[in-house]
Design a protein around this ligand. Structure first.
Ligand SMILES: [Cu+2]
Length: 278
């Protein structure tokens, strides 16, 4: 065998192996899920908290923020009538301290189940946290909204998977060699899975021109990042060490390798035919 053909075949094999996605199980991670105590909530019932019910997984932390101008509490148990705290969690034991405007209270849920809660000052305000077993598909209707979007560059498509309880991805675009940009319908906690052929070595996620905190987990062929899109932001820009431009180069090498295999195969066949005729 000609050494050049051998190199081409070898290269093609290596590239083919590199391009075949290897699936590995996604590691579980604990999430922080935001719930608002809504404006004017003292005169509301189940809409005093949003989202309500809130669906989380075991290990997740729920963080309540009082968006209202009146003080409130987040107290586990049954609201009215009569209010019965169950002692599982309470922002304000004996009404100390009350959650003032902008204050937060958080609780980590370590066991699956349904957790009712209410406001100790306005027992008409009631909510439920539904905690699904880790690795489960969420509680009643508790699966996050999953959206698959496709970005196209140089005639090649790249799929992005977005998972969120609150936000839906609406558009993805690639800025070749620089970044990947996603648009969402609204703010919230988002998990994105991006193919490494599209973006690798993710090192910055920004919203509204500011870098935001994110976590990432890597599998062989993709990266999953998690972040909270802040209120008022609907666009995230993700930067990485490698963003797509390698693709045309890989394609060119792969194409050259395939040509090499075809040339070699034809040469071998012709040789056999020639020997047969002789
Ligand atoms: Cu209240």
């Amino acid at each position: 065998m000609d050494s050049k053909i051998a190199v081409a075949v070898g290269l093609a094999a290596v590239l083919a192996a590199a391009l075949i996605p290897i699936s590995t199980p996604k590691p579980a991670f604990a999430a922080t899920v935001a719930v608002d105590i809504t404006v004017g909530s003292s005169s509301k019932t189940t809409d005093a908290f949003s989202p309500n019910p809130v669906n989380v997984n075991v290990g997740d932390t729920v963080i309540w923020t009082n968006q209202d101008i009146q003080p409130h509490t987040v107290t586990s148990g049954i609201g009215s009538p009569p209010a019965t705290p169950d002692g599982k969690f309470d922002s304000s034991p004996n009404f100390q301290p009350l959650l003032q405007h902008g204050d937060t209270f958080s609780h980590t849920f370590t066991e699956a189940g349904e957790y009712p809660y209410y406001c100790g000052l306005h027992t008409n305000m009631v909510g439920t946290v539904i905690v699904a077993a880790a690795g489960g598909n969420g509680g009643n209707g508790g699966t996050p909204k999953e959206t698959k979007l496709t970005a196209t560059l140089d005639g090649k498509s790249y799929e992005v998977t977005s998972k969120s309880m609150t936000s839906m991805a609406t558009e993805v675009t690639i800025q070749s060699g620089q970044s990947v940009t996603l648009k969402f319908d609204k703010a919230g906690e988002v998990e994105l899975t991006l193919l490494k052929t599209m973006i690798g070595g993710i090192n910055d996620v920004s919203a509204g021109g500011k870098s935001i905190d994110f976590t990432q987990t890597n599998s062989a062929d993709s990266t999953t990042i998690k972040f909270t899109l802040p209120e008022g932001s609907t666009t995230v820009v993700i930067k990485g060490a490698t963003v797509v431009p390698e693709f045309p180069v890989i394609a060119a090498i792969l194409a050259a390798s395939i040509v090499g295999i075809i040339v070699y195969t034809r040469f071998a066949r012709n040789g056999t035919a020639f020997i047969g005729r002789a």
